[in-house]
Design a binder for this molecule. Structure first.
Ligand SMILES: Nc1ncnc2c1ncn2[C@@H]1O[C@H](COP(=O)(O)OP(=O)(O)OP(=O)(O)O)[C@@H](O)[C@H]1O
Length: 399
């Protein structure tokens, strides 16, 4: 388990992370979400002992990272995929990490197979594409067969097949009982990958809950109501009746009405009392992406002047306090079955032929036959070292 307690990081006058407390539990993928610059990488770096907290602390399996014995065997991380000696081949890069950490050399070919890089293992990594670099970084993170894994934006630069592969890999690792903490600023991707979400904005905790609870706590429920298109006076009558009853009505482009603030049965009764016929009365819920944007809208540092979130802000229901991050349920009726969180849901099945579903276009799949056994024994005499794929601690202010 990963735990942060009151984690705070200030860079001069800039507070990158403020009083963050959360736990990341084994057996599920936990998504770490926040807009650009919200403090995700800084938090991960503090968990990994690469940045020193100004106050508070973070532990892995109950200890600060730097006090873990055999850290590379316990924790794997992808923080900066570019932190690779470009003159070395992928295999040699991994071999040098394995040697530093007392990991048997045979494991290198295993992880190259897992990430689908076995066909280019002897090529210098400086010729790698962004996506291949990400795969190499993921291979390094898996090298020590660790129980705790942190991935900072692992799908950066990957093509759709690569994204699917990472998604399945994360799930597989969690299904093996590992702790998997994955940062992203893409809600749609996290909706398909994670079961639990930790959302931050401007370095502060906005939400810490299961994905399904996040949807119902943060997305706005509304009803779509349609009266006969041929009788506009019916529409006006219903609009007036809903307004008098305290509901809010917004006309939709297709002629329907979007109603908030009233439960569906009440809308039906109002229509009945006003002698208005309904062609449609249906419950709706905003997508997870919208829910995320609503939650973080007050905590976005960088926003285009043409950003459609401005439109979302205009639609905020009365009583919503932007940026406070409080779950709100301003609508009277209970959420319906959660909306499918984004296109492509449910996630496609894992690709066959490989336990982690590694794609084949960098070479034949590696017969990495069995899922890694939890807590593989350390070879005698192995020394603790920095985790694979992690950049060495640098001058923090110089980043
Ligand atoms: N070494 C540093 N010195 C000064 N400020 C820093 C340093 N590292 C991060 N920051 C600032 O702290 C804030 C949080 O940055 P961080 O990289 O942790 O955010 P992030 O959520 O990972 O962003 P992104 O999604 O864009 O990668 C930003 O405002 C950033 O400019």
């Amino acid at each position: 388990m990963i735990e942060a307690v009151g984690l705070t990081k200030r860079y001069g006058a800039k507070t990158a992370v403020h009083n963050l407390s959360f736990q990341v539990r084994p057996g599920t993928v936990t998504g770490f979400l926040g807009p650009n610059g919200s403090g995700k990488s800084t938090t991960m770096r503090m968990i990994l002992g690469l940045d020193t907290p100004t106050s508070g602390h973070a532990t892995i399996a109950g200890r600060p990272f730097r006090r873990l014995s055999n850290a590379p065997r316990q924790v794997g991380a992808l923080i900066d995929a570019k932190a690779v000696h470009g003159g070395r081949s992928a295999r040699n890069h991994l071999l040098s990490l394995a040697q530093l950490s007392g990991i048997p050399a045979g494991r290198v070919d295993e992880v190259l197979g897992v990430v689908g890089l076995q066909g280019v293992a002897n090529r210098r990594s400086k010729g790698f594409s962004l996506g291949m670099g990400q795969r190499l970084g993921i291979a390094a993170a898996l090298l020590g067969d660790p129980q705790v894994l942190l991935f900072d934006e692992p799908v950066n630069g990957l093509d759709p097949e690569g994204i699917l592969w990472v998604r399945n890999l994360m799930k597989q690792l969690a299904a093996e009982g590992r702790t998997v903490f994955v940062s992203s600023h893409l809600m749609s991707e996290m909706a398909l990958t994670a079961e639990h979400l930790i959302v931050i904005g401007r370095g502060q905790l906005l939400s810490d809950m299961p994905v399904k609870d996040f949807i119902s706590a943060n997305s706005a429920d509304f009803a779509r109501v349609r009266t006969p298109d041929t009788e506009p006076e019916q529409r006006e009558k219903l609009t007036a009746a809903i307004g008098e009853a305290g509901g809010q009505v917004t006309p939709e482009a297709d002629g329907a009405l979007k109603v908030t603030g009233l439960p569906l049965p009440r809308i039906s009764d109002l229509a009945h009392d006003a002698d208005v016929r309904l062609w449609e009365l249906s419950p709706h819920q905003a997508s997870l992406e919208e829910a995320y944007m609503r939650l973080t809208q007050g905590a976005v540092d960088y926003r285009s002047t043409a950003d459609q979130r401005a439109g979302l802000q205009q639609q905020m229901p009365a009583g919503y306090a932007p940026g406070q991050g409080q779950p709100h349920q301003p609508y009277a009726y209970a959420p319906q079955a959660p909306a499918a969180p984004g296109p492509g849901y449910p996630p496609p099945a894992q690709a066959p032929g490989h336990p982690y579903g590694a794609p084949e276009h960098y070479g034949a799949p590696h017969p990495y036959g069995q899922p890694p056994q939890p807590a593989a024994p350390m070879p005698p005499g192995a020394q603790p070292a920095a985790p694979a794929a992690m950049p060495m601690p640098q001058n923090e202010e110089a980043r």
